[in-house]
Write a protein that binds this ligand. Structure first.
Ligand code: MG
Ligand code: MG
Length: 263
């Protein structure tokens, strides 16, 4: 069903399928997470995630995604100053790196999209604070996802939390509606004004994805035409869940076992 502004509202049955897509996506991300260590190539993480997705009868959503050229991998792996859309390859993770891993899974026609950032071995205290703040910003945004609230409430909550802790949020990269398409209406910017934008109602499914930068809100794209980095080379982090608005509040469709165990 189409709600206002081309936003597709999902039925309970469709949300159940998205939950299965999200579960598989979380398994793929957990497989990659468990392999993070100094010396492992980002290509190895990508291969492990793709195997999990295909073993569950699903498909990697990112592979072939249109851009300057079709996206060539299952994961995006973005290290240190790389914010999003880094391409896995020969790079070997180094002690002290922070690595952002994003994954999409298409199952039975519906998509789960989620991401996390983790340290490689021991990381600096500023890096740890960036990771913790970005992950908390994700939940600060999700907590706004109640029927009757607006998209701007999510955006403003994320921006205020991030900037209140001294970080910056990008202007060019946003959360988004998600369902049969990875990027559906509406956009969910990481900045904005409370009380503005689309009114939320049960059945709306959104990818909430705060991206925080240490030194600037400005970004640039590397010559590979995919990798987005902070313009000043400062550290960045990214966390994401696919979340449904329900009668009972927000329902995270992409919980990882790690998160479930921690609660
Ligand atoms: Mg994503
Ligand atoms: Mg997304």
């Amino acid at each position: 069903m189409v709600w206002q502004r081309n936003v597709v509202v999902k039925s309970a049955e469709e949300i159940e399928i998205m939950q299965e897509a999200g579960r598989i996506n979380a398994l793929a991300l957990d497989a990659a997470r468990q392999m993070i260590r100094p010396g492992v190539t980002t290509a190895k993480l990508d291969k492990a995630a793709e195997e999990i997705i295909r073993d569950h009868g699903a498909a990697p959503t990112f592979k072939g995604y249109p851009g300057a050229y079709p996206y060539p991998a299952t994961l995006t792996i973005s290290v240190n100053e790389a914010l999003v859309h880094g391409i896995p390859g020969k790079y070997e993770l180094q002690p002290g790196d922070i690595v952002s891993i994003d994954c999409g899974t298409t199952y039975n026609g519906f998509i789960g999209d989620s991401a996390f950032t983790a340290g490689v071995g021991e990381i600096s205290e500023p890096a740890r604070q960036l990771l913790d703040t970005t992950e908390r910003a994700l939940y600060v945004g999700i907590e706004q996802m109640h029927s009757g609230k607006r998209i701007g409430d999510i955006s403003a909550a994320i921006q205020q939390y991030a900037e209140g802790h001294g970080y910056h949020v990008p202007r060019e990269y946003s959360g988004h509606g998600v369902g049969r398409q990875m990027h559906e209406a509406p956009q969910v910017p990481n900045y904005g004004r409370a009380g503005r934008g689309l009114v939320l109602r049960p059945g709306i499914t959104l990818a909430i994805e705060p991206m925080l930068l240490v030194g600037t809100f400005r970004t640039r794209v590397l010559p590979d035409q995919w990798t987005v980095v902070s313009a000043d080379g400062s550290l960045t982090a990214h966390f994401e869940h696919t979340v449904a608005v329900t009668e009972n509040g927000p329902l995270i469709l992409t919980p990882s076992e790690k998160v479930v165990d921690g609660r």
